[in-house]
Design a protein around this ligand. Structure first.
Ligand SMILES: NC(=O)C1=CN([C@@H]2O[C@H](COP(=O)(O)OP(=O)(O)OC[C@H]3O[C@@H](n4cnc5c(N)ncnc54)[C@H](OP(=O)(O)O)[C@@H]3O)[C@@H](O)[C@H]2O)C=CC1
Ligand SMILES: CC(C)(CO)C(=O)C(=O)O
Length: 322
């Protein structure tokens, strides 16, 4: 089985590195030629607190630029392509994949999308009609520290499934089990789900409450719990989002509030991904998180003023050149 990884960022280096280290055939496709060259020269180093770290030698995987993926697919397409770019780049990546000419008679790679947020899967399916596109919801935590190094901040589950098919009661058969097996062998905790949309909505709720507020107040996740004023705004975002979910018929667990507080405690020292983007001066994924909840509200005919406001506040942090 051959696994292509698009995006050699935090998740790309973590998953690509560990898959290659455990013996899977892996090709990692970066945006820049400079990074592809450094990966070919130095391999990947995965650091983790309290562990000795993992050095993945360059001989254990291939790397190149995403343009070279097109050439590679013309002769040997992978079985899976794990898309590990941020939301803002993912549509362009899928548009590019749709244009690659595959050898006659070969199957299309199964596309697995790891993005946080919601709303992208339908758009990606429209770009890649007829392809199998899976969503992955992961609670692994990773932060790239250089072109070839990544810090594995925390382990978690990786739930994979087909979005947009509703809750499928039948048991998932043997499809995609080879990917699950490879991920397990690499030390991840993958699970196949027949209800992936619900998993995405669960993570969306967690991100919608934690990410914009940590980014606006520039605090680590645990600091949210340290003041009644902060908790009050978290609760407003939480209750508003649940009202939107109710209007859209989205199911959620009764104890989601406690689960969110537990995520803040378990990741208390973490800089949320949105705060990281803000500090780096990079575009955030707010449009796919609170922005997508505001869109869902609009379609369902309900109000979501707090989600709308935090979206506008975060969007206003970065001034885009006219
Ligand atoms: N990091 C984490 O712990 C988690 C991340 N996620 C989700 O995973 C997604 C990726 O996150 P993360 O890995 O942190 O993001 P990063 O910004 O660390 O990595 C994204 C990578 O995509 C690359 N990229 C952008 N455009 C292209 C392109 N056209 N072709 C090839 N590569 C491209 C970027 O290249 P360059 O550096 O050159 O710009 C960058 O290396 C996000 O949606 C995030 O929400 C989900 C759970 C956990
Ligand atoms: C769960 C949380 C908030 C952990 O930091 C996260 O997913 C993120 O930062 O995007």
């Amino acid at each position: 089985m051959l696994i292509d990884i698009v995006g050699a960022g935090s998740l790309g280096l973590l998953f690509g590195g560990k898959l290659a280290w455990s013996g899977s055939l892996v090709r990692i496709w970066s945006r820049s030629a400079g990074q592809a060259e450094e990966l070919r020269h130095s391999g990947i180093h995965i650091a983790k607190d309290g562990e000795s770290g993992l050095k993945v030698e360059p001989a254990h995987f291939q790397s190149g630029t995403v343009e070279q993926l097109g050439q590679a697919w013309e002769t040997k397409p992978g079985d899976y392509v794990l898309v590990m770019t941020k939301q803002k780049d993912t549509e362009a990546v899928c548009r590019y994949l749709s244009q690659v000419r595959l050898p006659q008679g070969s199957s299309r790679p199964v596309v697995v999308c790891f993005q946080n947020g919601y709303g992208h899967m339908d758009r990606l399916k429209a770009i890649l009609p007829g392809w199998t596109i899976l969503a992955a919801v992961t609670t692994e935590g990773a932060k790239r520290t250089s072109f070839t190094e990544v810090f594995h901040a925390g382990s978690g589950d990786t739930v994979i499934g087909e979005s947009g098919v509703g809750h499928v009661s039948k048991k998932i058969g043997g499809r995609w089990l080879n990917l699950v097996q490879a991920l397990k062998q690499a030390g991840f905790y993958p699970v196949l789900s027949n209800d992936i949309d619900n998993m995405m909505f669960r993570k969306l709720l967690i991100n919608a409450v934690i990410n914009p507020l940590t980014a606006l107040w520039r605090i680590p996740n645990g600091e949210l719990l340290k003041s009644p004023a902060r908790m009050k705004l978290m609760k407003e975002l939480y209750e508003e989002t649940l009202a939107v979910y109710d209007a859209c018929g989205i199911r959620y667990e009764e104890d989601m509030w406690d689960q969110i507080l537990n995520v803040c405690r378990a990741t208390s020292g973490n800089t949320s991904s949105m705060l990281k983007d803000v500090l780096a001066g990079s575009p955030t994924e707010i449009g796919w998180i609170n922005g997508s909840i505001a869109d869902m509200a609009l379609k369902a005919g309900v109000q979501a003023p707090v989600n709308e406001l935090v979206t506008r506040l975060i969007e206003g942090i970065i001034a885009e050149e006219e």
